[in-house]
Design a protein around this ligand. Structure first.
Ligand SMILES: [Zn+2]
Length: 279
């Protein structure tokens, strides 16, 4: 699940001025000069509203010039002001996808508000963050709908994702359990709704299922080894859980180990009951 990311180290409003200044004298000079003020206001509005649609609106007036914006992102000149910023944002050291929490380096930069619908945010640093391919494919150009204007959590602005937002329950029989996901306790109603649409629209529960099944098989093998070497099963699992809480309590592994330790009957099974022979 989502993790909180530090704000980008680049000033999104400043970048508007820099890009327009760089275009002075070029073929698009007049166009960018004419929209500079409104562009900067819209970027500031994005920051003030935490990127939340529909508060951050589209800009019908620039629709016919969308390509001029998109080129800033898709084919930035080698000496352009935005290229080093985009490069730096791609050179992150994340080992977990900030949108779903799956382990692995997220390879693409996602536009929180899609660049097709919001071309004026296509190089805006606060609108860009790393994402895994599976999330990006599921997200596509979605933003929200009439019932839920905003589907997705924002890793820069939704500070509450620094804490656990999902709770997994592992149900018996423990040699072949079933899994169910729920929203963690303690969230506000609006936050709960947002986590729910985020999970639904990124298809996270289906993607989790295979992971949890294989993680559980791995757990049974690990526990069997712990018992054979005389280790305290519960204490060792607590250390495992602690070890996977970084960089976020919402990584898939941490969600799993938190569920294991939250179930006294599962812990008892792992520590004391006969384990399946086919490990
Ligand atoms: Zn992901």
């Amino acid at each position: 699940m989502v993790m909180k990311l530090p704000m980008p180290a680049f000033d999104s409003v400043q970048l508007v001025g820099d890009v327009v200044a760089e275009r002075a004298g070029g073929v698009n000079a007049e166009f960018f000069k004419g929209i500079k003020k409104e562009w900067a206001i819209r970027v500031q509005q994005y920051i003030d509203s935490a990127g939340a649609p529909p508060t951050v609106s589209t800009w019908p007036g620039i629709k016919v010039r969308a390509k001029s914006f998109l080129n800033l992102y898709l084919s930035p000149a080698a000496d352009s002001v935005q290229l080093p910023i985009l490069k730096a944002m791609r050179q992150h050291e994340l080992t977990v996808c900030p949108a779903c929490g799956e382990l692995g380096r997220p390879n693409t930069l996602d536009h929180y508000l899609p660049k097709g619908t919001y071309p004026h945010f296509c190089i805006t640093p606060v609108n860009l963050f790393p994402m895994c391919d599976a999330c990006q494919l599921a997200k596509g150009t979605k933003v929200g709908d009439a019932a839920s204007p905003r589907f997705f959590l924002h890793p820069y602005f939704d500070a509450f994702v620094g804490e656990e937002v999902l709770r997994l329950e592992i149900r018996p029989p423990f040699d072949a359990p079933s899994f169910s996901l729920d929203i963690a306790a303690g969230l506000e109603l609006e936050q709960e709704d947002l986590v729910r649409t985020h999970v639904r629209e990124l298809d996270i529960e289906r993607r989790y299922a295979a992971f949890f099944r294989s993680q559980h098989r791995r757990l049974l093998r690990l526990v069997s080894g712990m018992r054979a070497s005389g280790q305290n099963v519960e204490q060792t699992l607590a250390i495992f859980k602690q070890g996977v809480a970084d960089p976020s309590p919402n990584t898939w592994e941490h969600v799993f180990y938190a569920a294991v330790l939250a179930s006294p009957s599962l812990v008892d099974y792992l520590a004391n009951k006969p384990l399946p022979k086919y490990l």
